[in-house]
Design a protein around this ligand. Structure first.
Ligand code: 2GW
Ligand code: MN
Length: 296
């Protein structure tokens, strides 16, 4: 398993020479702590696949489809089969209150769906916050044995383009598509010192979206465990962070720096027009009728 960190590259593979002075000049592709920020044209997909495919990795993904959100699952899964970690072993872990409604989707060899029945929670804040706890439990019970990496995603999204092994790393955060071009004082971090998710003014790297985080299973385990503990501590104190688990995720990733960061290409929002830095959209949050999907 430790060999997963090695970047063994096949002999004789031909690819473009890495540049020192050329490359994307319109975006920053590395953080001040030397973690890559992944953008189109900053990696060679053929080389990335040649390094990662021989490792025989299993990549788990978790998606929640509770209540009316079950309707988004088919498109999510069908588009994932076309673009998400193609030619890798993928285990989709679906958490739903309606196991009989999980669509049957043709999966490529080595890819599997696991359905986990969960209760129907009514408050959306509870659905969103309980994801941390459920991911913690599934890692303890199953994934620590069965998967190398885990990526935790929203279901109201569709894949459009390669979402591949260039995203694999120890701890991975996703830049929120509405915040990548704002200053840190405009981020919607939790600003009340009474919350465990509190981030003081003047601090902050990026605003990470709650809809996508991931990495090595043992690193994501530490993240979800800590966020779950902090969510519980806040609840005991009668406080709920501004954006629930997203606020706690932002706190965690500020003080436990991610080793790789995904540009907004890896989760765009269809409500926002594509900006100049966006050469491709790999996955995007679809337009949905909030009022209709959210009423009980
Ligand atoms: C129900 C009522 C209101 C809001 C959400 C739900 C709901 C969410 C639901 O009835 N059933 C369900 O399965 N969910 C799951 O939670 C589903 O996987 C969904 O994609 C995820 C997050 O809810 P969603 O997609 O409505 O939230 P966004 O995309 O508007 O939210 C962002 O902010 C949230 C803050 O709590 C989360 O951090 C989320 O990850 C962000 O994308
Ligand atoms: Mn969503």
């Amino acid at each position: 398993r430790d060999r997963n960190c090695d970047l063994d590259s096949p002999k004789g593979l031909l690819y473009k020479q890495p540049g020192i002075t050329l490359g994307r000049c319109d975006v920053v592709a590395v953080t001040p702590w030397s973690a890559p920020i992944v953008w189109e044209e900053t990696f060679d997909p053929v080389l990335v696949d040649a390094i990662y495919k021989p490792k025989n990795l299993t990549i788990a993904t978790t998606v929640f489809a509770i209540g009316k959100y079950i309707r988004f699952l088919r498109d999510f899964l069908e588009t994932a089969e076309k673009h998400f970690m193609v030619d890798f072993k993928v285990h989709y872990h679906i958490f739903t209150d309606q196991p009989q409604e999980v669509p049957s989707v043709n999966l490529a060899a080595g890819r599997k769906i696991f359905v986990h029945q969960v209760p129907k929670l009514n408050r959306w804040q509870d659905i969103s916050a309980s994801r941390m706890q459920m991911i913690q439990t599934i890692i303890e019970e199953q994934l620590h044995r069965e998967a190398d990496y885990i990526y935790c995603q929203d279901v109201d999204a569709k894949f459009h383009f390669r979402w591949g092994a260039e995203t694999l790393d120890r701890l991975v955060g996703q830049i929120h598509p509405w915040f990548y071009d704002l200053s840190r004082d405009q981020f919607t971090y939790e600003r009340r010192p009474e919350s465990t998710a509190y981030i003081p003014p003047g601090e902050g790297d990026f605003y990470y979206i709650g809809a996508m985080f991931g990495g090595r299973v043992e690193e994501v385990y530490k993240l979800v465990k800590r966020c779950h503990e902090n969510l519980e501590a806040d609840k005991a104190n009668g406080i709920e962070a501004a954006w629930q688990e997203e606020s706690h995720l932002n706190w965690y990733l500020l003080y436990n720096k991610p080793s790789k960061i995904l540009s907004p290409e890896y989760l765009w929002d269809d409500k926002r027009d594509k900006t100049n830095v966006m050469k491709v959209v790999r996955l995007s949050h679809i337009l949905k009728n909030y009022a209709e999907v959210r009423e009980n």
